[in-house]
Write a protein that binds this ligand. Structure first.
Ligand code: FAD
Length: 415
């Protein structure tokens, strides 16, 4: 079997793998990326949040993305019947980017991967990791290409960014069930022929059908729009009688008073994808000679579009620490990687849970709006979940519940 020798092997060329490999290459590390599929490939996760911009910028990937003319996302709109709540990322607590993009991921990820190649990184498509053996921090990874040929890649460090491929969690028995209750989604793209001119046409929106069920509408600059339904797995399963995802998504659209006219009659551009019980977790985020990032580690829920932000945060953090380790520094992976990432995961977990209890929805739709509360929540929704100056970060486990209870008590008193 042929052999290759690198400093760092990155598994998967999604956003997480592209950010980590770029950062390493910029710092003169010999890095290789192996990717199972050929790009462009379809993947879910089209609504970004501003925190990702910090990572694309630092990794030197921003200019290539910026040239693509993706739809700018300046905030997000939440709808519940006649109630509307709009977050504007320029009006948030603390520092951070005021905007990001909403993107067809096939094009977005392909742009990232091509830029990685342009930087001179060795990215091999249609090359799948099938085995790995560790000897201390050194590892030998066996990969197989589309012709069935195998080879060994010897690395001093491995960053697993394989998304739902979950390569190391599977090979090293690190899978762990998510703490969140099982939710599922069905989505597709439509040619948005009924799109209105102006802001309404391009505004990213989340329409609440029931407390735990919501429809996403993510318009792209190419004239297509992503439409998806999310809810408890049982609910999503019963949307169609025979499990037909197209029928289920059509039914879901018909339940949205706001969007039924716009999308009720449009054809799907591809057979809607059903993503069942999408939340996942791992027993640990790192080990001797490896780190897990993005969806290869933990995925919570799409409701606040945090997936890509954790993917790039994990990729960037792992790359920086791997670089220091390669340079002979002692790295405290527990404190500097796992504890750090899990702090952000914890904050978003509270927001996801409190979304589905309905408590966060109470805060979103409460009138009159409290601009100070809104600004602080907006910073969380922008992905700045490590800013402990923000009480909606620091006291995330109590603040939402307490405020929602106050609102409920106030409502009861008025009845
Ligand atoms: P990916 O983008 O999945 O990339 C992993 C890559 O690894 C893939 O290209 C894959 O082919 C490759 N790979 C897999 N196995 C192997 C192998 N054995 N060898 C080599 N390569 C391999 N996130 C958001 O930010 N916004 C959203 O709006 C959003 N919506 C979502 C909706 C749903 C229903 C779900 C389930 C998720 C959503 N997400 C969203 C999450 C988002 O999809 C992920 O968090 C994000 O794509 C993770 O990026 P990644 O780089 O970790 O993995």
């Amino acid at each position: 079997m042929s052999k290759e020798f690198v400093d760092v092997l990155v598994i998967g060329a999604g956003p997480s793998g592209c950010v980590s490999s770029s950062y390493l290459k910029n710092n003169n590390v010999k890095v290789k990326v192996v990717e199972k599929t050929q790009f462009p490939r379809l993947v879910v996760g089209e609504s970004l949040i501003p925190r990702v911009m910090d990572h694309f910028d630092e990794a030197g990937l921003f200019p290539a993305l910026d040239k693509m003319g993706f739809e700018k996302k300046l905030g997000a709109r939440f709808l519940r019947g006649d109630e509307v709540c709009i977050f504007d990322f320029s009006d948030k607590f603390g520092e951070g980017w005021d905007w990001t993009w909403q993107v067809p991921r096939a094009d977005f990820d392909n742009t990232l991967a091509q830029e990685v190649i342009n930087k001179g990184i060795d990215l091999e498509f249609e090359t799948e990791v099938i085995d790995i053996k560790f000897n201390g921090t050194d590892s030998i990874t066996t990969v197989k290409n589309k012709n069935g040929e195998t080879k060994e890649i010897h690395a001093k460090f491995v960053i697993d960014s394989s998304g739902y491929g979950r390569v190391l969690p599977r090979l090293l028995d690190l899978e762990k069930p998510s703490k969140l209750s099982p939710h599922s989604a069905i989505f597709s793209h439509v040619k948005d022929i009924n799109r209105e001119e102006g802001v309404e046409g391009t505004l990213i929106s989340f329409d609440i059908i029931e407390t735990e069920v919501w429809l996403w509408v993510i318009p792209f600059s190419n004239g297509n729009t992503s439409v998806g339904i999310v809810g408890p797995t049982e609910y999503i399963d019963q949307l169609s009688e025979n499990g037909d995802p197209a029928e289920a998504l059509k039914k879901a659209i018909s339940l949205s008073d706001y969007y039924v006219k716009r999308f009720g009659n449009t054809e799907f551009l591809f057979e809607p994808r059903h993503l069942k019980d999408y939340s996942c977790s791992v027993k640990k985020l790192f080990g001797d000679g490896f780190a897990l990032t993005g969806n290869a580690s933990e995925f919570l829920d799409p409701v606040f579009s945090s997936g890509m932000a954790f993917a790039t945060e994990g990729g960037m953090t792992a790359a920086k620490l791997a670089l220091r380790q390669l340079n002979g520094e002692q790295v405290d992976w527990q404190k500097e990687f796992a504890d750090y990432i899990l702090y952000g995961v914890d904050v978003f977990t509270t927001y996801v849970k409190e979304w589905y209890t309905g408590n966060l929805q109470e805060l979103f739709f409460h009138q009159p709006e409290n601009p100070d509360v809104k600004r602080k929540i907006c910073a969380v929704l922008a992905g700045y979940v490590w800013n402990k100056d923000n009480p909606f970060v620091k006291k995330h486990d109590t603040v939402i519940k307490n405020l929602a209870n106050l609102i409920k008590t106030e409502k009861q008193a008025l009845q």
